[in-house]
Write a protein that binds this ligand. Structure first.
Ligand code: PLP
Length: 341
């Protein structure tokens, strides 16, 4: 398979149209068999459920080339089951989980020429998504839906090394208790845009959201879960019903315990404790872990002991171990690496 003539190392995180995408339509209570198509356009009625009442959800995962030249993706079954949870919460029909994994496999295989080579740091980002496609004018679920998966090559997340970032404590809330924070609904991201643009304008990389009910506990950022490391090397991650269950975070907690022999706790994390931690990182598919060097709470600066120059030592070990597992340099737990070709 001849690769496309792309300068992989200069790619950013943007949309580049690839050759094929998967499309399946839901009508009269059933999904059709689905197909791979060249057509990147979506044509729907002006009154579609997604356009009027934001009935949409999505997933995000990556395909990449391992050290020994296989194309794989990481735990796509967990994306399938999280999308099931999203659909159920939004009154959308579930695309069967085995079919989801098969469709991811088919669409990556059909775009093999766009999967970046091992060592480039670049990956093929995979975006499954679903939306209400039939007309609704009263507030209710649509009757018809479309499920699609497109892919787009994206560049290395850290160009020139993983520099710690600065985040601020947000004045806005992300997700209400018993709301939709635990699912990957498009609406969760629409409402975060004002706040992230404002954060960037003011020189911050990200927003730290606190729990809306008491504003005393750490939740997550707009696109990643938190990991903290205590001074005695326990890995701690916030437990909350209104944060997205990050697949990367769940994998890192396993790596901490089973590969690194560390204590790992999922529990409520009070903002007051944050200054006592040794390290802080943001975890998600895009970066795996992005180190946080500084947290600013309305003028009060909390500088993590790991500093603004490098990842902390435990964060580094977690990062190296998980990326080693993903890239085939370290043996993976059973079922984590899904082979495409
Ligand atoms: C709100 C939010 N939290 C966390 C994550 C990280 O999740 P994952 O590790 O599954 O990519 C994401 C990205 O998908 C996200 O959008």
């Amino acid at each position: 398979m001849e690769k496309k003539n792309i300068d992989w190392s200069s790619l950013g995180f943007g949309y580049i149209k690839t050759d094929k995408r998967f499309v399946s339509n839901y009508k009269d209570g059933a999904w059709d068999e689905g197909t791979l198509t060249d057509d990147a356009s979506v044509v729907i009625t002006e009154c579609a459920g997604v356009l009027q009442y934001s009935q949409s959800c999505f997933e995000g995962l990556k395909a990449y080339t391992t050290e020994d030249g296989r194309i794989v993706c990481f735990r796509p079954d967990l994306n399938a089951s999280r999308m099931k949870d999203s659909c159920e919460r939004l009154e959308m029909p579930v695309f069967p989980e085995e079919r989801f994994v098969q469709a991811v496999t088919d669409v990556v295989r059909a775009n093999e020429a766009y999967v970046p080579p091992y060592g480039s740091g670049a990956t093929l980002y995979i975006r499954p998504f679903m939306f209400g496609s039939s007309a609704v004018i009263g507030v209710k679920p649509a009757e018809e839906y479309q499920f699609r998966i497109f892919t787009t090559p994206v560049g290395p997340y850290f160009k020139g090394g993983a520099k710690p970032i600065t985040i601020r404590v947000s004045d806005y809330d992300r997700a209400a208790p018993r709301g939709t924070g635990h699912i990957k609904a498009g609406l969760n991201y629409a409402m975060s845009l004002y706040n992230i643009v404002d954060a960037h304008n003011k020189g911050f990389d990200e927003n730290m959201y606190l729990d809306p009910a008491t504003r005393t506990k750490v939740e997550e950022t707009g696109g990643a879960n938190f990991l903290f490391v205590t001074k005695d090397n326990t890995v701690v991650t916030p437990k909350s019903g209104s944060i997205l269950p990050s697949i990367t975070r769940r994998s890192l907690m396993y790596v901490a315990k089973e590969y690194l022999g560390l204590k790992a706790e999922e529990r409520e994390v009070f903002f007051d404790e944050v200054a006592d931690f040794a390290e802080c990182g943001l975890c998600g598919t895009a970066a795996v872990i992005s180190p946080v060097g500084k947290i600013v709470d309305h003028g009060r600066e909390i500088v993590m002991p790991s500093g603004m120059e490098e990842m902390g030592p435990i964060t580094r070990k977690l990062y190296d171990t998980l990326t080693g597992i993903q890239m085939g340099r370290i043996e993976a737990p059973k079922g984590w690496i899904h082979e495409i070709c």
